[in-house]
Design a protein around this ligand. Structure first.
Ligand code: BTN
Length: 248
């Protein structure tokens, strides 16, 4: 066990040596009525999950891997933009240690244009009481060996920076951001998100789930976290899709 003695900052913190997926584990706990404010870290995930059904791989001891269970009043209508808000918390925490991080819509954290961290947010099944949300975060210290996209790790810039320091800062920032988000929604974090947006003002291609590709200039996000794109035929709002920088 190399993750130890985390600063709690109002969180209940648990650490597993090996687990299938911290997201899966907290979804089960939430379904059994577990209160919010629980953060579960894992040294090793045997079935770490990424977005869109992808696997999330990490080197042992070289990844900060955890999920946070949070309960929101007011139903899922209040949750739009949550994954972008979580991105702001991660950037705040990493920027504190001097890492030059930026955000990619909807919710990857980049460093030098390469993926440093991923976020997987899932709604838990219980419909009673406050909405239970599981926020999964994986941050590479050293990136995994086999990946399908450019990746990086914190050690490429700050080799000496340890996981406990990052984890403590991250829980504090995450708690602040989630409190603000619960009170005021994503709009309260929108300006900060846009300042951190890696591709603001750049030509992008949006690959939409229906197969369409929309070209335009990224001009920010709206109050719900949807991407605003200026196209030749006017401004559009993109709610889902995979965004890439457009090739010249
Ligand atoms: C992505 O970029 O596709 C999201 C990756 C999310 C990975 C984290 S690691 C902790 C938590 N448990 C999981 O199984 N996935 C998330």
């Amino acid at each position: 066990r190399t993750i130890s003695a985390l600063a709690g900052g109002g969180w209940n913190v648990e650490i597993a040596d090996e687990i299938d997926s911290t997201n899966t584990a907290l979804l089960t706990r939430a379904g059994n009525g577990c209160p919010g404010g629980l953060a579960l870290f894992a040294e090793v995930q045997t079935a770490g999950r990424g977005r869109r059904g992808r696997r999330w791989q990490a080197r042992v001891g070289e990844s900060l891997t955890f999920s946070a269970l949070w309960r929101f009043e007011g139903g899922i209508g209040r949750l739009s933009g949550l994954s972008l808000a979580v991105g702001v918390a991660i950037v705040r925490a990493l920027a504190h240690f001097g890492l030059p991080v930026a955000l990619k819509w909807p919710n990857d954290v980049l460093m030098d244009g390469r993926k440093l961290a991923g976020i997987l947010i899932e709604l838990a099944g219980d419909s009673l009481g406050p909405t239970a949300v599981v926020i999964g975060i994986g941050i590479n210290l050293t990136p995994p060996a086999v990946v399908d996209q450019p990746v990086t790790g914190t050690r490429s810039i700050r080799p000496e920076l340890g996981r406990n320091a990052i984890a403590g800062r991250l829980l504090a920032e995450l708690g602040d951001v989630l409190d603000l988000f619960a009170r005021e929604g994503f709009d309260a974090l929108r300006d900060e998100w846009q300042r951190l947006f890696a591709w603001q003002g750049q030509a992008i291609a949006v690959h939409q789930p229906d197969g369409n590709i929309v070209h335009g200039i990224a001009i920010g996000v709206d109050a719900t976290g949807a991407l605003r794109v200026r196209t030749a035929s006017g401004d559009i709002v993109v709610h889902a899709g995979d965004v890439s920088l457009r090739m010249a």
